[in-house]
Design a binder for this molecule. Structure first.
Ligand code: THU
Length: 147
C-alpha cells in the first residue's frame, strides 16, 4: 500500500522528510534502550517540526518521538499536520535507519487526533514508503459519533 500519489508538498519529498526524521533521531535521549527514534512533521507552507524520543530513569514516563512532535506542534500554535516521517533504530543495528520503524499504537492514536488523513512515511530497505494513518489505525477511538 503506497499513498505517494497523494503527497501534499512539491518542495519536500517523502525522502527528504524521512531524512529530517533521521536527523532528529540523532538527538534522541535514549540511555536506557539505546533505540533512537526521530519524527519530522510536515505542515502547509512546507514547515517542518522535528522531534525525538526522550527517555527517563522512570521508564514509563518516556515520551515517543511522534508524541513529542505533537506537543511541540500544539505549543507552537501549529495546526493540521499533513504528514509525518518516522525513522528509528537501535544504536548497534547494522541496518541503522534502513528498517521500518512503525509508530506505536499509542502514537497512531495521538496523531489521529490532529488529522485523520495524515500520511506516514517510513524507511523500508533504504527507501521511503508512504502510508495512510487511517489504514495503520483502523477503527481508532473517537468521541465523534459520526466518524
Ligand atoms: N519509541 C518511539 O519514540 N516511538 C514509537 O512509536 C515507539 C517507541 C521509543 C520509546 C523508547 O524510547 C524507545 O523507542 C524504545 O521503545
Amino acid at each position: 500500500m503506497s499513498a505517494k500519489e497523494n503527497w501534499p508538498s512539491e518542495k519536500i519529498s517523502p525522502e527528504e522528510l524521512l531524512k529530517m526524521a533521521r536527523e532528529a533521531a540523532d538527538r534522541a535521549y535514549v540511555p536506557y534502550s539505546r533505540f533512537h527514534v526521530g519524527a519530522a512533521m510536515l505542515f502547509e507552507n512546507d514547515e517542518v517540526i522535528k522531534s525525538c524520543n526522550v527517555e527517563n530513569a522512570s521508564y514509563g514516563i518516556t515520551i515517543c518521538a511522534e508524541r513529542a512532535g505533537v506537543v511541540i506542534m500544539i505549543s507552537q500554535g501549529k495546526k493540521n499536520p499533513l504528514a509525518v516521517a518516522v525513522a528509528g533504530s537501535h544504536e548497534d543495528s547494522d541496518d541503522y535507519f534502513k528498517v521500518e520503524c512503525p509508530p506505536c499504537g499509542a502514537c497512531r492514536q495521538a496523531l489521529m487526533e490532529f488529522n485523520k488523513d495524515m500520511l506516514v512515511v517510513m524507511a523500508s530497505k533504504g527507501e521511503a514508503k508512504v502510508y495512510e494513518l487511517k489504514k495503520l489505525l483502523p477503527h481508532s477511538f473517537t468521541l465523534d459519533p459520526d466518524y
